[in-house]
Structure formats: structure tokens, C-alpha cells
Design a protein around this ligand. Structure first.
Ligand SMILES: Nc1nc2c(c(=O)[nH]1)N[C@H]1C(S)=C(S)[C@@H](COP(=O)(O)O)O[C@H]1N2
Ligand SMILES: [Mo]
Length: 402
């Protein structure tokens, strides 16, 4: 079934062949899913190194994780991890022995580092959530333009690499440096489209947490998640996590590009929101993940056993303070009980929680609401912005106890 999309790995040389899927014959495992909003029908498709995932677009491949995966464990498996690209020209051949990362710009010594060079430096590991800014965009009311994602454009992994600070220190950042710009191997299909590049302020780039990662969950990065090297920006939206990164450029001005100045901006206010349908006066680049929580083992509309102990569990995360509390309601938010938190894998990770409930026969609304160590909590009413970013309204599910 993968003969049209082959993954070739031999003697250290890797190449990915993605089929022209419009010509592909029917797929044996062909299944589809219905995301819970209008026009939510999606196909499941299988790419190299991936299990069947929800197809958002084919060119470039954009794949969403089926939500039930988040109930399997606190770490998202590599083959289930979502995939987001902007440009159709994704790299199809990469030789890890030839690959180099260039460090250029306002530095004392420009560097050209091989994977081997990077792997000789002091390694760093972190468990961190990568979430797309538009995760859950399909639920916005009124609807907004952009990928109509369910809640599967997120994942939690153990990343291993080297701190960006160590690499910048080796290059010697010069006085007057303002930002660091990151570029990857993917390219626009048309020369009129700007190349995908993102920037961080110099202090953020040197905070010791931002890293150049070659490993995800103790394996090489999957091709579609940025093989052989990607930026990991713990606590920040996925847009900054540049994949196939091969260029780090230190500049003495604010980076002027579509991807910083036009796209990935949110209203410049405390809620990053405006009244539904309105336009913000002023915007800023999107930053840290807002706090969220999900029920993972029960779906909306499910029937559960009445008058018996039923286990409910899920995940919570935020932009790097760590989860302080997860509150659970079985009466539509009238009263709340604290859930039990699972193992702490660090402040950037998903945190599992669980709760026992016991409900009489009838219809009930279950709600979950997380609070971070920074005191941030989820709103009960959805916030809205024209790009459909940062959704974090309290999730609620209706169940029938019988
Ligand atoms: N090179 C490159 N890196 C990229 C992107 C891209 O289009 N090209 N998209 C970004 C966005 S918007 C997101 S949400 C994350 C998604 O990471 P993933 O595909 O590994 O899940 O990658 C980021 N890094
Ligand atoms: Mo994204």
C-alpha cells in the first residue's frame, strides 16, 4: 500500500518519495473520520513513518492526530504526531552526512556545523508540547478562514538536542544583536511566495531552553516532523519550531517577513481576542501556549454506566508555568471538584489527570478546567480572533448515564 509513497533508508542515505496522491489508486485501509463541526469529514491517509492520520491537506502534507491517541499515554508516539507545513516544496532527499547548519550574521565566527559536530556538544532533553496556533480552529463561531482543525494539531514528546544558546555562544553573538532568524530546507513552490522563516528575540533565543533537536522520543526525528534537525521552543506555539532547520541568522533589527509581520499575529490585549467578527486595532506576534485541558477517554454523546464509579481522565498543559490544578464538573459548571494529577514530566509537558465520577440516570454535562502555576485559567466562554488562534475555552461533553 505504500508502493507509491516509498521511504528508502540505506547506508545512511535517506530519501522520501511522496506520491502524486491525486493519481493514487484507492487505499486498502481507506477510512474517514468526522470532526465534530460542519464540513468536518476527513480522510485518513498514511505517509512514511506515520500511522493513518487525519488529512487536512495533501500538498503540502498536513496531518492531524486522531484525538483518541491522547488517551493512550502522556507522550505522543512519533508515528501519530501531527504534521504542519506551509510550503509545497518539502525536502525529499536529505543526506545526514552532508547536512550542515549554518550560523551567520552578527557573530564573531560564522559556523557550519554538521550533525556530528552538534552531537558532540553537551546534550539537552526536555518533554514539551508542540501545539499549532490554529489547533481547534474548526470550532470557532463564527467560523474563520484557515485549516479547519479539530483538537489534534498538538503533541507531547521528549526532545533531545543541544541548546541554541551553546551554539550561539560558540559563534559569539555581537553587540547590537536583536533577533535570531531560523530557516529550514523546505521551499515555496512559487518564487512569489516568501520562504518560511521565523524569528525570536535574542534574549529568548539565548534562554537555555530553546534547542536544536535531532531526536524525538529517543528516535531520529520523523521526516515529516523536521528530520534531521528542528528548533524546539518550549512553551511557544509550533510556528516557531522550524523544521529541517539549516540556517540560524543573527540580525540587528526586527525580522521583516510575512511570517512575523502578517501571519501568526494575535490581538494585542490580555485575552488575545476581539468581539466575534471584529478586527483588532493592534496585533503582536503569537507567543506562549495558553492553558488547556481535555477529557481523553470519553467522547461527546457517550453513554456511561449510571450509579457506579466511572473513571474519567485526560490531559492538561500550558505555556511553561506547569499545571497547578485541574477542576472537574459533572453539572455543567455549577460545582467543581479537584482531579488527581498524574506524573510530572516537567512544566512544558502534558500532565495527565483523573477523576472518579458516579452519576444518576440522565443527561449530564462534563467540564474540565485547568489552572497553571502562573494563575492562568481557561475561560468558560470561547474567545475569538480572526485567525482562529489560541482556542482554550473549557471543553464540555454531554453524556447519558444509563
Ligand atoms: N520548515 C518548516 N518548519 C515549520 C513549519 C513549516 O511550514 N516549515 N510550520 C510550523 C508550524 S506552523 C507548526 S504548527 C509546526 C508543526 O510541527 P510538526 O509538523 O512537527 O507537527 O512546525 C513549524 N515548523
Ligand atoms: Mo502552526
Amino acid at each position: 500500500m505504500l508502493n507509491r509513497r516509498r521511504f528508502i533508508a540505506r547506508s545512511g542515505y535517506l530519501a522520501l518519495t511522496l506520491a502524486d496522491r491525486s493519481l493514487a489508486p484507492g487505499r486498502a485501509w481507506s477510512r474517514s473520520v468526522m470532526l465534530p463541526f460542519a464540513n468536518g469529514g476527513r480522510e485518513l491517509v498514511q505517509y512514511p513513518q506515520k500511522r493513518p492520520l487525519i488529512e487536512q491537506t495533501a500538498r503540502p502534507p498536513q496531518l492531524e492526530t486522531p484525538f483518541e491517541v491522547f488517551d493512550d499515554g502522556v507522550i505522543t508516539p512519533n508515528d501519530a504526531f501531527f504534521v504542519r507545513y506551509h510550503l509545497a516544496g518539502i525536502p525529499l532527499r536529505i543526506d545526514p552526512d552532508e547536512f550542515v547548519l549554518e550560523v551567520v550574521g552578527k557573530v564573531d565566527h560564522e559556523l557550519s556545523l554538521s550533525l556530528h559536530d552538534l552531537k558532540r556538544m553537551t546534550p539537552l532533553e526536555v518533554v514539551a508540547v508542540n501545539e499549532c496556533s490554529g489547533n481547534g480552529r474548526g470550532f470557532f463561531e463564527p467560523r474563520v478562514a484557515g485549516g479547519q482543525l479539530g483538537n489534534g494539531a498538538m503533541g507531547n514528546a521528549r526532545w533531545k538536542g543541544v541548546s541554541l544558546k551553546a551554539v550561539l555562544d560558540q559563534a559569539g553573538v555581537q553587540a547590537g544583536a536583536k533577533q535570531v532568524v531560523f530557516g529550514g530546507l523546505d521551499q515555496p513552490a512559487l518564487s512569489t511566495t516568501p520562504d518560511f522563516a521565523k524569528a525570536l528575540d535574542i534574549d529568548h533565543a539565548r534562554d537555555g531552553d530553546v534547542m536544536l533537536a535531532w531526536s524525538m522520543n529517543d528516535a531520529d526525528l520523523p521526516w515529516l516532523n523536521g528530520y534531521p534537525l528542528r528548533l524546539v521552543v518550549p512553551g511557544y506555539y509550533g510556528t516557531y519550531w522550524v523544521k529541517h532547520i539549516n540556517r540560524v541568522s543573527v540580525i540587528d533589527a526586527a525580522f521583516d517577513s510575512l511570517w512575523m509581520k502578517t501571519a501568526y499575529r494575535v490581538p494585542d490585549n490580555d485575552c488575545a481576542c476581539v468581539l466575534p467578527g471584529e478586527k483588532p486595532d493592534k496585533t503582536v506576534p503569537i507567543g506562549r501556549l495558553d492553558v488547556r485541558s481535555f477529557i481523553t477517554n470519553i467522547v461527546d454523546g457517550a453513554t456511561i454506566k449510571a450509579r457506579s464509579e466511572v473513571l474519567v481522565r485526560g490531559i492538561a498543559f500550558d505555556g511553561g508555568h506547569g499545571i497547578k490544578q485541574v477542576a472537574f464538573s459533572t453539572d455543567g459548571g455549577a460545582s467543581w471538584t479537584e482531579a488527581r494529577l498524574g506524573q510530572d514530566l516537567g512544566k512544558y509537558s502534558f500532565r495527565q489527570w483523573q477523576m472518579m465520577i458516579n452519576l444518576p440516570e440522565g443527561l449530564h454535562t462534563l467540564m474540565v478546567r485547568a489552572t497553571s502555576q502562573g494563575g492562568e485559567t481557561q475561560p468558560l466562554v470561547p474567545r475569538w480572533n480572526p485567525s482562529g488562534y489560541m482556542r482554550n475555552v473549557v471543553e464540555s461533553l454531554r453524556v447519558r448515564a444509563a
